[in-house]
Design a binder for this molecule. Structure first.
Ligand code: XIL
Length: 300
C-alpha cells in the first residue's frame, strides 16, 4: 500500500499521529493526516487541565473536535490520558485528604470515559507513574502520595466500569530498554495485575528516542510484555533528527511482535512537534515526506 495507515492495516495494525485540534483547519496538516493515518491521539485535548480545569466543571469541546474529525475520516482514537501527574490542575494537586482525592479521581475517570464511551479504541488510563531513579517504584505524585500504591489499580477498575469496550493501557517513557529498573518495575506491575484480574489490556511505550533510535533489545521488551497477555503499542514515537535507520529499527521491532497492534508518531510535521528543534518526525515543515517516512513505510 502507498500510505502508512493502509500498509499497517494489511497486518491488522494501525498507524496513528498525535493531533492538535487547533491545527485541523490547516489544510496541509489535515491533508496529510487524512491521507496517511488511521488513528489519532489528542496531543493535549483530553488531559485533565483541559477536561476538568475546575472541580466538577468539564470541557469536552477540543476533544470532541478531534473525535468527530476521526470518526468522519475512519480513524480510531487513542484516549490520552485519564490520570497523570503533569498537566494537572493545581486544585487536584493540593488535595491532601485521601477520601476526597479518591472520589475526585474516580469521578474524573468516570465522567471523561463515559463521555467518550464507544468512541475510544484504547485509553491511556494512567500515564508516567513510575520513577526514573532506578528504584523500579512509583514516582512521587499527588495520587501516589495521598492514595498510595493502589491508585493505579483503582484507576483501571474505574475505567473498565465506565467504558467496558475500550482497551485499557498503562503508558510510560523510558521503558523500552529491557535492562532498566523502570521497565522491570512496570513489568512486575503488569504481571501482578494480570495474575489478580486487575483489568489491563495494553502497555504503551512512548518511544521518544534520541538519534540512536530504540535500544537493541526493544523487540525483546515488547515480546516479554506481550507474553504477559497484553497488547503493546508504540504510542508517542519521535526520534531526534529522524535517521531513516532508526525508524526502520523501531517499526521492525513492532512488526516482529504479533501483539504489537499499532504505532503512533507524536505529531505530523517537524513544525508540529513538541521537540521541533530536533526535527524528529516523518514530514518536514512544508509537509513533504522525509527519508524516515520511506523507511517507516517500507518496514511496515
Ligand atoms: C506533550 C505535548 O506534546 C505538548 O504539546 C505539551 O505541551 C506537553 O505534553 N509524554 C506524554 C505526552 O505522555 O502527553 C506529552 O505531550 C509528551 C510526553
Amino acid at each position: 500500500a502507498s500510505t502508512l495507515g493502509a500498509q499497517a492495516a494489511q497486518s491488522g495494525r494501525y498507524f496513528g499521529a498525535a493531533v492538535a485540534a487547533g491545527r485541523l483547519g490547516d489544510g496541509t496538516y489535515s491533508g496529510i493526516l487524512d491521507r496517511e493515518f488511521n488513528s489519532v491521539t489528542p496531543e493535549n485535548e483530553m488531559k485533565w487541565e483541559t477536561t476538568e480545569r475546575s472541580r466538577g466543571s468539564f470541557n469536552f469541546g477540543p476533544g470532541d473536535q478531534i473525535v468527530s474529525h476521526a470518526s468522519s475520516h475512519g480513524q480510531r482514537v487513542r484516549g490520552h490520558t485519564l490520570v497523570w501527574h503533569s498537566q494537572l490542575p493545581s486544585w487536584v494537586g493540593s488535595i491532601r485528604d485521601a477520601n476526597t482525592l479518591r472520589s475526585v479521581m474516580n469521578n474524573h475517570i468516570t465522567t471523561v470515559a463515559n463521555h467518550y464511551k464507544g468512541r475510544i479504541y484504547a485509553w491511556d488510563v494512567v500515564n508516567e507513574a513510575f520513577a526514573d531513579n532506578g528504584s523500579g517504584q512509583h514516582r512521587s505524585s499527588v495520587f501516589q502520595d495521598v492514595l498510595g500504591n493502589g491508585f493505579i489499580e483503582e484507576a483501571f477498575r474505574t475505567a473498565r466500569s465506565a467504558d467496558p469496550g475500550a482497551k485499557l493501557c498503562y503508558n510510560d517513557y523510558s521503558i523500552e530498554d529491557w535492562n532498566s529498573a523502570k521497565t522491570q518495575g512496570v513489568y512486575r506491575m503488569v504481571r501482578d495485575f494480570k495474575s489478580r484480574g486487575v483489568p489491563i489490556d495494553c502497555v504503551g511505550f512512548q518511544s521518544h528516542f534520541g538519534a540512536g533510535g530504540p535500544p537493541g533489545n526493544f523487540q525483546t521488551t515488547l515480546s516479554n510484555f506481550a507474553a504477559l497477555g497484553v497488547d503493546v503499542q508504540l504510542t508517542e514515537l519521535d526520534i531526534a533528527q529522524a535517521p531513516a535507520g532508526a525508524y526502520t529499527n523501531t517499526v521492525r521491532a513492532c512488526m516482529n511482535v504479533s501483539r504489537c497492534t499499532g504505532i503512533t508518531v507524536w505529531g505530523i510535521r517537524d513544525s508540529d512537534s513538541w521537540r521541533s528543534g530536533e526535527n524528529p518526525l516523518l514530514f518536514d515543515r512544508n509537509g513533504n515526506k522525509k527519508a524516515a517516512y520511506g523507511a517507516a513505510l517500507t518496514a511496515l
